[in-house]
Design a protein around this ligand. Sequence first.
Ligand code: NCD
Length: 355
Amino acid sequence: MRNLVSVDDMPREWWDGLYSRCCDIIAHPGDYADSCRGKIQASLFYEPSTRTNFSFQAAILRLGGSVFGFSDPKGTSISKGETLADTVRITATYSDAIVIRTAKEGAATAAALYSEVPVINAGDGAHLHPTQALADLTTIAQKRGEIADFCIGICGDLRYGRAVHSLIAALVKFKDVRFCLISPGELKVPRYVRELIYINGLKLYETDSLAESIGDLDILYMTRIQRERFQNPAEYERMKGVYILTKKLLEGARKDMLVMHPLPRYGEITPDVDSDPRAVYFQQAHYGMYIRMALLYEFLRLPKQMPPPVADAAAEITCGNPICITQTELYLPPLISVKDQKRCGYCDKEAGILI
Ligand code: NCD
């Protein structure tokens, strides 16, 4: 693998190698302190971030490398109208890997078309967040010993939560994972994500009640209602606060259930849960740094490689998703999903392609 834009294409053996590297880094951090000396990571953060940006920065620094970039594109030529393709081409010549977060869906896929260095998707709109999924897998493996045979309840905003989409795409690669998706009807997972569960023959139960399902879960993955993704603020107002995990509610859960959350939280887990030994969300953020160290360690060893020439945009093919990267970067070539001809190859939105 040269880029990490989605976990769909992550081979299981690649994960096994990455996780074993991560365990070695946790056990022997000193052995890696100089392992990426001279290597440079570029951080292109078009959207706010605490954990993802800081943990990637901490990761490269702990490997002995360096980092440059922005956490707000206002100070760069992007504010003068520079295209994503040009920003990526230039950044790639100065660095050895690009970590990119955007509000536009499919932006990391687009960036990889123009980059001679590996591109890592640090979150693209409401679409995907593959390195959060790696952090989540690491947490489950560390806490349960293996990633197999459990029931995971994923609760909250499953429609706009990109961490959820990548977590499901990652977990379908493992044995006997049972999904309990807990959300209001309006915030259910997109079809392309639900299909991954069916295609892999895994069990799925959907409900809108956290209280009724909490007792059946081995893992509860809470998520924030994604205020910034709602087109209609009134709809957000109706949804906010719909699920709140309290110490009292946790009384109905199994004694060894894990409580996970990608963070930040905004009221959906009350602070009195933090001291419960089942709450592992702060450790989850910590493991995120180690798995990102393992990822950078692997990617920074790859030689630079010019990408193949990119075809011209075909005017008659456009995606109907208003926040797809193709809506603003008009030169991008059309990409149809290899898995489903009716889906956009950048943002995965079904029925998004108008021909
Ligand atoms: C998530 C994100 O940005 O998608 N945060 C993170 O990276 N840990 C989750 C969120 O913002 O709700």
